[in-house]
Design a protein around this ligand. Sequence first.
Ligand SMILES: Nc1ncnc2c1ncn2[C@@H]1O[C@H](COP(=O)(O)OP(=O)(O)O)[C@@H](O)[C@H]1O
Ligand SMILES: [Mg+2]
Length: 292
Amino acid sequence: MITKALEQLELSKLPILGKGVWGVVYDCGDGTIFKVTNLGGGVGNGREKIEREVAVLKSLAEVSFSSFAIPKHLNHFETTSRHIVLQMTKISGRRMSASELSRLTPAQRHLISASLTAALLELHSALRRIEDPSIRRMDDILHVVESSRYPFTPADLARVDQAIRLLAKRALPTTLIHGDFNISNILLNESLQVTGILDFAETCLGELEDDLVSLTSDLPGLEHALLAAFDAGSRPVDPLKYSLAAVKRNLIGLVLQRYHLRAESEALISEEQLDRALQAATALEPLPFEHR
Ligand SMILES: Nc1ncnc2c1ncn2[C@@H]1O[C@H](COP(=O)(O)OP(=O)(O)O)[C@@H](O)[C@H]1O
Ligand SMILES: [Mg+2]
């Protein structure tokens, strides 16, 4: 019933708050938004992304954060046209562009870094308490490689190799992170305080450093102030985890790039080589790669 009523809504008449690879976010005008995901949208599984976002939002529904908000899940359903509509509360604040942020004064950079650091630490301590096994099953790099049956070149593989080797030296992360902590998913007020954190579609197991790298690779001008803010706080940044996070992020970028370009001209690795890499990574053993 509700599905039919909502499907008949003329979404195109609502103001658009944001557009991504997967779909469009509409402002319903009543303090709620519709995030409409096209199931045929981008890399990976759209349904899985929305289910993950719903699960995370439901798990965090009772948490009240001290200085910012996250959306509350209200409703979600699939339409007959292969879209999933997720209705959530609207969060106040506005998105800032990388170029706006790059023009900040040192004092403003300090201010925003302190707020981003406090917000990220508070979010992580809430995520750490989530016990929902369906969310915990997610795994960052292996999941990306596994879900991407796209062509890889030897150079790509060398990076997979490097990332997996580094991973293998460390215990696998056991707590959840935001997974897509970039500026488009953060809302701010005029005093440069974080008012909201959005978009839990990529939430996965990981390290604080993974979320931090998402932010600093978007905002290289803020890296120094952000790292200083973490070091001054209760949780200094681990340099090795930080560089591993950067490698992983590059790898993910590479997978996405290959998907978008659908490049097939370079020498490719075989399915067998990719399977061996995945097996070795799963077993956390050194990789028997030819491409070294
Ligand atoms: N609950 C919300 N409150 C306010 N704005 C939102 C909300 N959800 C999404 N938006 C806006 O829509 C944009 C895209 O939403 P997001 O959930 O990040 O989807 P995508 O998967 O396309 O990145 C955000 O960058 C933000 O500007
Ligand atoms: Mg987003």
